[in-house]
Design a protein around this ligand. Structure first.
Ligand code: ATP
Ligand code: MG
Ligand code: ZN
Length: 509
């Protein structure tokens, strides 16, 4: 008899329903899987057979045909072990009741235990969308699945537990997460700006970056605190909303990096890939496609420490995702997209020796070497960075100062207010922050008075700013005005914004 067992697979960051049709018939003993399975699905044979036997069920030598529908999408992963085993055991009469409103997801070990799998969260969300009521999942995935708490989530440890549940011998207990409490201690970063002594101007620039969601670049000598400062940026960004947290968690679930003791990621991600990382690990892809670092940084920060050390092709590959905020990965069988709406923070030394412009040590590089070093970062990437921040070594008086600096919590209050203003102003457009302003919108929202125009003009003449700087200065000035809750941009906003374009100057510093 042919039986259909509902299961799920993944396409991009979403689950989609797969009907696992199992037929156990008479004929030469065999095992066939059809419906575009990849090798990991084909390997289910050994796991499922052993798991059934080791759960003390008798598996007669029969012709077993498994069809995964719809047939036109490639099925990857080992999530189908459980639905295949359930289908076989039903056909053999070992499972006695039908299970129309059930979804089964799980990989089996040879001994019949269910293993934790990746991507359970998007699958459960899709199950809810489809109106499925009951989902059986591996016990180790319960925290993640329990977030979708209007489903009956049944975590199971073994295949035998699943059979006993379906036969009403012993019911599995359902599991749900208390989602409100997950957020009660959200945004509890253990790093805080109060730990950074001095550096008030850098903190100010980072506050502006956070307030307008501007990509930024820190430039300074070794040990000046670039890494320390960058790591604290998430602590002043607005809290994640529940929907954002779900999206972030889905991506981490698929990539298999959701911590096993966590239901959801409730704080903004901070990803800092090393400069030796491959382009596919950075942007996503691979044989079995996985989200890359840029997608793991979705709704959070991507930190590229020592930017010029990254290879050119990796930096080039960031251009389109920085613009589109999604990444498309082409495969032979299909095209996948992953979201990657991240804020970029990068750091670099000012020159190869690291001390150009430093007040501590003198630089030993030639002008030529310095230019070559800066040119490692291509213009199109620089085009996507609104704020350049020069970081000087902290002064000894400041290091020695025992009075605490302003806390991240207090800085964040101002950031939140400025973000609120932007949300309200741009509510009819599909944007949320000043960093996303198009030139048409800048004409409308970044008007300059006479004084501001004069300052801008003389800055271009005296500093030799490149044309690229113009729009960036307007956007950043808009954010500075928003932090002060000023409706109009004034000359002091423009004057401050001009300072954040170091690398656009003809002779910088
Ligand atoms: N303003 C500061 N307040 C307190 N500690 C600081 C400050 N600046 C630097 N430090 C200390 O110096 C250490 C080095 O800073 P950090 O690693 O952030 O420098 P960096 O600019 O990233 O250097 P590199 O170019 O070598 O990567 C920090 O871990 C911290 O202990
Ligand atoms: Mg560093
Ligand atoms: Zn140098």
């Amino acid at each position: 008899m042919l039986i259909g067992v509902k299961s799920m697979s993944l396409l991009g960051i979403n689950g989609y329903l797969v009907d696992v049709q199992v037929d156990v018939g008479n004929g030469l003993p065999s095992w066939d899987v059809v419906g575009l399975p990849d090798t990991s699905v084909k390997e289910s044979k050994e796991r499922v057979r052993a798991a059934i036997k080791n759960s003390n069920f008798n598996l007669p030598s029969k012709k077993i045909v498994i069809n995964l529908a719809p047939a036109y999408t490639k099925k990857e992963g080992s999530f189908f072990d459980l639905p295949i085993a359930v289908g076989i055991l039903f056909d053999l009469g070992i499972i006695k009741n039908t299970f129309d409103n059930y979804l089964f997801i799980g990989e089996l070990s040879l001994d019949g235990t269910l293993n934790r799998i990746n991507g359970i969260l998007p699958m459960c969300i899709e199950a809810l969308n489809l109106g499925i009521e009951n989902v059986i999942i591996p016990y180790e995935n319960r925290l993640e699945a329990g977030v979708v708490n209007s489903l009956n989530i049944y975590p199971a440890k073994t295949l035998l537990d699943v059979v006993n549940h379906l036969n009403n011998v012993e019911q599995l207990s359902s599991f749900a997460t208390d989602n409100a409490s997950l957020f009660s201690n959200a945004n509890s970063y253990n790093l805080d700006f109060s730990e950074v002594k001095g550096q008030e101007n850098v903190k100010r620039a980072l506050e502006i970056a956070a307030a307008g969601a501007h990509n930024c670049l820190l430039i300074g000598s070794p040990g000046s605190g670039k890494t320390m400062l960058s790591r604290r940026l998430p602590s002043i960004l607005p809290d994640l909303s529940f929907d954002e947290a779900l999206e972030v968690s889905k991506i981490h679930s698929i990539a298999g990096v959701l911590p096993s003791d966590k239901s959801l990621i409730t704080t903004r991600p901070f990803r800092s890939p090393h400069h030796t990382m491959s382009t596919s690990a950075l942007i996503g892809g691979g044989k079995v496609p996985k989200p890359g670092e840029i997608s793991l940084a979705h709704h959070g920060l991507l930190f590229l420490d020592e930017l010029p050390e990254f290879n050119k092709s990796a930096l080039e590959s960031l251009r389109i995702p920085l613009e589109d905020r999604i990444i498309t990965i082409s495969r032979t069988s299909c095209t996948l997209t992953y979201p990657c709406n991240f804020m970029l923070i990068a750091s670099m030394n000012p020159c190869p020796c690291g001390y150009y412009g430093s007040k501590e040590k003198s630089c030993s590089c030639s002008q030529d070497m310095i230019e070559k070093y800066i040119n490692k970062i291509s213009g199109p990437l620089l085009d996507r960075i609104d704020i350049h921040i020069e970081v000087q070594q902290v002064k000894y008086e400041n290091l020695n100062n025992l009075s605490p600096s302003e806390s991240s919590k207090d800085i964040k209050k101002r950031v939140d207010l400025a973000r609120e203003i932007q949300r309200e102003r741009y509510k009819d457009y599909n944007i949320y922050s000043n960093s996303e302003l198009t030139s048409n919108m800048m004409d409308k929202y970044c008007k300059l008075d006479k004084d501001s125009q004069n300052i801008m003009k003389s800055a271009f003449e005296k500093l030799g700013l490149s044309a690229r700087a113009y729009g960036k200065i307007l956007k950043v000035a808009r954010t500075i005005a928003d932090l002060e809750q000023c409706e109009n941009i004034s000359s002091n906003h423009i004057a401050e914004a001009i300072q954040y374009r170091s690398l656009d100057r003809k002779y910088w510093r």
